[in-house]
Design a protein around this ligand. Structure first.
Ligand code: ST9
Ligand code: ZN
Ligand code: ZN
Length: 332
């Protein structure tokens, strides 16, 4: 019967769901939280961020305009920098450090922490804390980029205003012991500013300038500024577009959706209905390498012996869940 099926799924998901062996479960949605009643706190703009973000995006527009004047090898370099910094977010901050969905050896963690500084999206500890609270209290006042506050707020607006007090209150209660025990994470946090200057701005600029005589202007505005802004927006689209547009084959009761366009730009991170349903799955999707460069990268790292313990949800569990709570689209 239908009920029997659901019971069986529960038994199966109990082993996988709670990610017992990940050493943390604070990325699982917490139904018990209720938003406080009464008027919402006033929006407080952070003008420094508004000015800097605007200048940064103007710089990226200028970079777009410079593309025809750049050497082709500089564009290839910019693309490589995009991949590297994106992996620092997807394979690093997201799939290891926020969700513990696989294990990485020390050399791989060092590599991903350096790549993460290149992406300049706050240090790993802060990123993972905001991300855990996003999963645990999704689409509420305690979600830092609560998508019910609109596309702009969940995309970038949340970085331009003071946080809702519930984000901080709930965030402080999260279990972050695993990250505090990770020396790579703590080291990156301690030297964060310096590592960002070196990896996000100097390194991408100096390589084309020193090695193939690209002009300093093209070297700075393409692989550094334009590349940085593209990685930022590809990431932010997961919070905005992938919480609004797309199917919900796994759970029709939540907002996050399967969004192919976002998946493509974000190296496999747009299967967002799947990801919020099964946050501990290292692939953030049921389809392996399909549109998922990050999964291919992690699999390669396992092959090289640099990663292990990939958590994967079984096909039976996925199917049972689709039948029980999916929207019937079944097409990922
Ligand atoms: C950026 C981040 O872009 C992007 C993250 C995106 C996440 C995407 C997830 C999607 C899934 C994965 C897909 C990846 C796809 C990748 C594709 C790649 C191609 N818990 O922060 P403050 C404490 S960053 C607990 O100042 P305000 C905090 O510790 C871009 N505590 O809050 C502090 O306490 P204390 C560059 C928390 O004043 C106190 O609260 N960076 C939490 O409200 C105050 O903290 C920027 O633009 C928490 N969750 O200011 C800067 N949060 O004093 C952005 C805070 O004791 N940040 N606390 O230490 C800021 O300027 C500020 O944070 C603010 C809020 C203005 C936004
Ligand atoms: Zn989300
Ligand atoms: Zn996540």
């Amino acid at each position: 019967t239908r009920n029997g099926g659901a019971g069986k799924e529960k038994a199966l998901s109990n082993q996988e769901d709670l990610g017992g062996d990940r050493g943390m479960t604070d990325d699982i949605f917490d139904k018990s939280y209720c938003e406080k009643e009464g008027p919402k706190p006033a929006r407080r703009y952070v003008w420094r961020n508004i000015v800097l973000m605007s200048l940064l995006h103007l710089g990226a527009l200028y970079g777009l305009w410079l593309i025809p004047a750049a050497k082709p090898v500089t564009l290839v370099w910019g693309f490589l920098c995009f991949l590297l910094s994106a992996l620092g977010i997807t394979a690093g901050a997201h799939r290891i450090w926020s969700h513990r969905s696989y294990k990485a050896s020390l050399p791989l963690r060092i590599f991903l922490a350096i790549a993460n500084s290149m992406a300049f999206q706050n240090d790993i500890y802060e990123w993972a804390r905001d991300h855990r609270v996003h999963h645990k209290f999704s689409e509420t006042d305690a979600d830092p980029h609560n998508a019910t506050r609109g596309f702009f707020f969940s995309h970038v607006g949340w970085l331009l205003v003071r946080k809702h007090p519930d984000v901080i209150e709930k965030g402080r209660k999260l279990d972050m012991t695993d990250l505090r025990a990770d020396k790579v994470v703590m080291f990156q946090r301690r030297f964060y500013k310096l590592s960002v200057v070196a990896m996000c701005f100097l390194f991408p600029t100096l390589v084309p300038w020193c090695f193939w005589g690209e002009s300093l202007r093209n070297s700075f505005f393409l692989p550094a500024i334009l590349r940085y802004v593209l990685v930022l927006n590809a990431t932010w689209l997961v919070n905005s577009a992938a919480h609004m547009f797309g199917n919900r084959p796994y759970d029709r009761n939540i907002n996050p959706r399967e969004n192919r366009l976002v998946t493509f730009g974000a190296l496999g991170e747009g299967f967002h209905n799947y990801h919020h349903t099964f946050p501990y799955d290292y692939s953030t999707s049921e389809f392996g390498w399909h549109y998922n460069f990050t999964t291919a990268f992690i699999d390669l790292m396992c092959l090289l012996g640099l990663a292990s313990d990939r958590k994967k949800v079984s096909k039976e569990t996925i199917l049972a869940r689709k039948i029980r709570t999916g929207d019937g689209s079944h097409n990922g």
